[in-house]
Design a protein around this ligand. Structure first.
Ligand code: DX5
Ligand code: ZN
Length: 229
């Protein structure tokens, strides 16, 4: 895992979305490596957030080197590839459960010149994405049921991360949902190297220290020198 980067990508879902650019700047100035943008359509998940128009506006406020990790919790992911690419998305992470032909979605994302993320819901076995790992840039293991921020981290998702890490030592593995300094060691020890954290960062008085704590844990476990606190 030592060649892997330790990346912290706050989710802005629970931020003040009326001040999305200001909140995003604050997170980046606090040391965020990338921004995790949660797109929800009210069909694939029981919530609606925002889509390409908002992402396009946000991109206009932030420098082009800010990496937008767009988490597409939508029923027809292919329908939105071009819009998200045009809006300035860097990675398009789609749910394996949302399509009958993941390879077709992967090809579409690559044609739109975005990185590819494939996402697994808590109820989906991790081996469902094995056939696609060779074609994607990142695998996201959901540690909450998608749809809302502020939920409790699902520790029982860690075997999925361990299996994936064991099988694919160089893969970027992202975890998303309920991550905080309290549970980061468990996720880092399992092998996650890309950490999405929303509430624990956004609602903190000191987001910089939360981000540092999360990154330090991944660094520690990546070298194999970690121990759960
Ligand atoms: C949930 C989203 C997550 C969530 C993370 O459906 O995919 O990105 O916003 O927020 P916290 O860290 O508060 O669970
Ligand atoms: Zn997300």
């Amino acid at each position: 895992m030592s060649s892997l980067r330790s990346l912290i990508g706050p989710s802005i879902l629970n931020a003040d979305l009326a001040d999305l650019a200001g909140e995003s700047q604050r997170l980046l100035q606090s040391g965020a490596d990338y921004l995790h943008l949660d797109v929800m359509d009210g069909h694939f998940v029981p919530n609606i957030t925002f889509g390409a128009p908002v992402i396009k506006s946000l991109r206009q406020h932030l420098s082009h080197d800010v990496y937008f990790d767009v988490h597409m919790m939508v029923a027809e992911p292919e329908r939105w590839i071009q819009d998200i690419a045009a809006a300035g998305g860097n990675r398009f992470a789609f749910h394996v459960e949302s399509t009958d032909d993941p390879m077709r979605v992967i090809r579409g994302i690559k044609e739109a010149k975005m990185d590819v993320g494939i996402v697994v819901n808590p109820k989906t076995p991790v081996d469902k994405i094995f056939p696609y790992i060779g074609s994607v840039d990142m695998a996201l293991i959901m540690t909450v049921e998608p749809g809302f921020g502020g939920q409790k981290f699902m520790t029982d998702m860690m075997p999925k991360v361990e299996i994936l890490r064991e099988k694919y030592p160089d893969l970027d593995i992202e975890v998303d949902g309920g991550l905080s300094p309290v549970n980061i060691d468990v996720a880092a020890k399992a092998g996650a190297n890309c950490i999405v954290a929303g509430t624990s960062v956004v609602k903190s008085e000191d987001p910089r220290s939360v981000i540092e704590t999360l990154r330090n844990s991944v660094n520690r476990w990546k070298r194999g020198g970690g121990q759960t606190s």
